[in-house]
Design a protein. Structure first.
Length: 309
């Protein structure tokens, strides 16, 4: 094998593995036009922003709180990686009026997946949330092309167990908590003239946890916040299946289904974080005030900024 071929394989492996950090994979071109789409699920509305170079971009608006208020549209957006956006995608983001983009990816993800492509004048704020060593493990497993080793590392529930550990670090890791807290403070200090977007690689784990916590802090019922969390599986299913097929066709994995626990969001992952919240703080409210050090004034500002009655 030539040196150039080996280099290409190494870079391709690195791109896949870095994208899998926190169970994520980069977006590919979709067939959607770059215009908002409303999808109703169990009396709730999820607004997708269909783009060609990202699959999981959504407006967090439209959800109802316990007291009947509604989360404002056009204020907070959640997304997957934005490094593969087309020119029309960038223009579509520009029409959202974003004034801040927060990137939760670790540096190695940015290195292989690319920096965000954003409208002129907008630069992403880097707030990396640790991958808990997932990148190194996947680089070893996929790069080996050894089905026995891959099974040993990812099979028999190991991949899912690792994901549960990652979610626990959202609660236990001080730097992770600080970066989630900074983002929630930014949202609290925003207004209808300063929309904000946050993202990781696939927009499902770090982004999913942030969205769940934010919705609950606003008074959105837990089951509604869970549906928003689980919706990533719907938006990412076709793309993730193509990635698995590509790994098999390339000979890098005989059993790419080993990656499914890393590609999906699951309630037991979310529950692992919530159980840690209960163990460490006693309640989600105390996680907000003690774990994230958000004072009552900030929480009130969140609700005042994002809710309409």
């Amino acid at each position: 094998m030539s040196r150039l071929a080996r280099t290409r394989i190494r870079l391709a492996t690195g791109a896949v593995v870095s994208a899998l950090a926190i169970g994520c994979l980069p977006a590919t071109t979709s067939a959607f036009a770059a215009s908002p789409t409303l999808a109703t699920t169990q009396h709730e509305t999820v607004r997708q922003i269909p783009l060609q170079g990202a699959t999981n971009v959504r407006d967090l608006g439209g959800y109802r709180t316990y007291d009947g208020a509604e989360v404002r549209y056009g204020q907070v957006y959640r997304a997957d990686a934005l490094g593969k956006l087309t020119e029309s995608d960038v223009a579509a983001l520009g029409r959202l009026g974003l004034t801040k983009v927060v990137d939760f990816r670790v540096p190695v993800e940015v290195q292989y997946d690319g920096a965000d492509r954003l409208p002129p004048g907008l630069t992403a704020t880097s707030r990396p949330v640790t991958d808990n060593g997932l990148y190194a493990q996947l680089m070893t497993a996929i790069g080996s092309k050894d089905p026995v080793r891959q099974e040993e590392m990812l099979g028999d529930g190991k991949a899912a167990a690792f994901m549960r550990d990652v979610y626990r670090t959202f609660v236990t890791h001080p730097e992770n908590r600080a970066r989630f807290a900074e983002t929630l403070r930014d949202i609290a200090n925003s207004n209808r003239r300063s929309p904000l977007l946050y993202h990781c690689t696939s927009g499902k784990d770090r982004t999913g946890w942030t969205s769940y916590v934010l919705l609950r802090a606003l008074g959105v019922p837990s089951r509604t916040a869970e549906r928003d969390y689980l919706a990533s599986n719907t938006y990412r299913a076709a793309h993730d299946a193509k990635v698995r097929d590509g790994l098999k066709q390339s000979g890098m994995m005989q059993n790419p289904d080993l990656l499914i626990p890393l590609q999906e969001v699951r309630m037991d992952y979310l529950d692992a974080a919530l159980e840690r919240v209960e163990a460490d703080y006693g309640s989600l409210d105390r996680y907000l005030t003690e774990g994230l050090n958000l004072d009552r004034r900030t929480l009130l500002k969140l609700r005042a900024s994002l809710l309409r009655h």
